[in-house]
Design a protein around this ligand. Structure first.
Ligand code: SAH
Ligand code: SF4
Ligand code: F3S
Length: 470
């Protein structure tokens, strides 16, 4: 499909959006329909939901946080682990009552889970009150799908069409006003053996630099202070584009945009994390001293089985370089415990790596088999209970490391972005290296940069006072 056709397609969707305004008004007795959108999973899904919300608003809907009063309910789902899927099934089950009370209620499910054939079939069979199911590749067609679901009088499932295109210009309503996500690419080509993402998100494709930078500029002009560039593997940005570019260049150009803001990015894949990327981070103040670099396992044998395509040594080499170039660098990571066939000795190599790197924080997961991925067929003799014990051991170690790091921050002053109210009279602020500091302050400061002197560390919770610019 050529660029022109994408424009035409989006124009067609706009026309359907206009028609839907009247159709929805009629359906809901001439009052503004209320839409509830709930997002599961990662920032990629959050960014997709922002598009769905943008389209809903253009259809004349208002957004609500209360599903009990909603006329349209949309769940944007995640398939990364079984637990995530179970939560969705549980919550969809609860909607049955709402639909019974309000037959005009429209229930739609979208996102990564829906790209799996067996899930779409299960929804169709077991949840007859779900009127619309659509996958990650057809978000741009949401107005048309909703139109067909409303006017067609029958249930609709649309999924499985990865046309490899990027639909620039889909309407969007961002959730935040000062902290936001900016997708620079979609999909993933890495096929780690445990992971469902490439199967449900399709092939990797990068947005053009001018589109990304244009959006970044308009976010800065709109007052955004913290922008995270998003992709499953940002380090392979630019592959497949006709022009010569890479992630380090894109990041550098984004950091050159005028304005007082912070730039973050995720996720970096260690196999492609270059020294040049670290140099760009070190040389640009606006790029936060924070690197999210998932290592998954500390054992070379397990890494090979996972198809991660780096070794423990290569991982540590890039970490060492990054630490040497960026003082105060905060490194966070993802780790999987109990990959099929992992032995306790191999798990101990993971603990060793954690001790060596001293991560600021870790996202920790017990391995969860995913239908259709190679690892789901690997022999997996260790029981879940045993894996849970390993996990406890890992969490204890990480808590100790985090507490030590926090204690080392007491007495120091940091520039922070005040983000939200933690509780009455207390606000959460974030340092650029991604550590939360609690401050006693009024909510008017939310969304502003301040200087905070850390006064106290209780385990891994920091408290501080706002001070004048040092
Ligand atoms: N693209 C990112 C990660 C996306 S998924 C990357 O490569 O780092 C987020 C995290 O979920 C992964 O890093 C991994 O730690 C975890 N994960 C993915 N599939 C999983 C599975 N089947 N079981 C347990 N954890 C999993
Ligand atoms: Fe999944 Fe690996 Fe792709 Fe990350 S890089 S999304 S873990 S396949
Ligand atoms: Fe989940 Fe899809 Fe993200 S599977 S982690 S929402 S890409």
């Amino acid at each position: 499909m050529s660029e022109v056709n994408i424009e035409k397609e989006l124009k067609r969707q706009e026309e359907i959006t206009d028609m839907l305004k009247d159709i929805l008004l009629l359906r809901y007795d001439n009052r503004q329909p209320l839409a509830f959108v709930h997002t599961y999973g990662c920032q990629q899904n959050v960014a997709d939901s922002e598009k769905i919300k943008g389209m809903l608003i253009n259809m004349g809907c208002a957004l609500t946080e209360d599903k009990n009063e909603a006329d349209i309910i949309i769940f944007n789902t995640c398939a990364v682990r079984e637990h995530a899927e179970d939560r969705v099934f549980g919550n969809v089950g609860q909607l049955k009552q709402l639909k019974r009370k309000k037959p005009s209620l429209l229930i739609a499910l979208c996102g990564c889970m829906m790209e799996q054939q067996h899930i779409a079939e299960k929804i169709y069979k077991s949840y007859p009150y779900v009127g619309l199911v659509f996958g990650t590749h057809v978000i741009h067609k949401f107005p048309e799908l909703l139109y067909n679901a409303v006017t067609g009088g029958k249930r609709l499932i649309e999924r499985g069409y990865d046309d490899g295109q990027i639909y620039e210009g889909i309407p969007m309503r961002r959730d935040g006003s000062f902290k936001g996500w900016l997708s620079i690419m979609y999909g993933c080509d890495n096929f780690c053996t445990y992971c469902i993402v490439p199967h449900v998100r399709g092939r990797e494709r990068s947005r053009l630099p001018e589109d990304v930078l244009g959006e970044a500029r308009s976010m800065v002009n709109a007052g955004f202070k913290d922008i995270t560039l998003l992709g499953q593997n940002v380090n392979s940005y630019g592959k497949g584009l006709d022009i010569q570019t890479d992630f380090a260049s894109l990041l550098k150009s984004a950091a050159e945009i005028d304005g007082d803001f912070w730039l973050r990015f995720m996720t970096s894949h260690p196999k492609d994390a270059s020294k040049r990327l670290i140099d760009v981070m070190a040389e640009n103040n606006k790029i936060c001293n924070h690197l999210h670099l998932p290592f998954q396992s500390g054992s070379n044998r397990v890494l090979k089985q996972m198809n991660r395509r780096y070794t423990r040594e290569k991982y540590l080499e890039i970490v060492e370089y990054a630490k040497s170039r960026i003082p105060d660098l905060s490194i966070t990571s993802d780790v999987i415990v109990g990959f099929p066939g992992e032995t306790y000795e191999e798990f101990c190599e993971t603990l060793d790596l954690i001790r060596e790197v001293k991560f600021t924080s870790l996202f920790t997961f017990i391995y969860s088999p995913r239908v259709g991925t190679p690892a789901a067929k690997f022999p997996d003799p260790i029981t879940h209970a045993e894996k849970a014990k390993w996990m406890d051991e890992l969490l204890k170690l990480q808590e100790q490391i985090a507490a030590e790091r926090c204690a080392g921050m007491v007495g120091k002053t940091y520039r922070v972005l005040v983000e939200e109210q933690a509780r009455e009279g207390v606000l959460n602020a974030r340092t650029q290296n991604n550590i939360i500091v609690e401050l006693k302050a009024e909510p008017e400061l939310i969304g502003t940069f301040q200087y905070a002197k850390v006064t106290e560390a209780r385990n891994w919770i920091l408290r501080g006072d706002i001070i004048k610019e040092p």
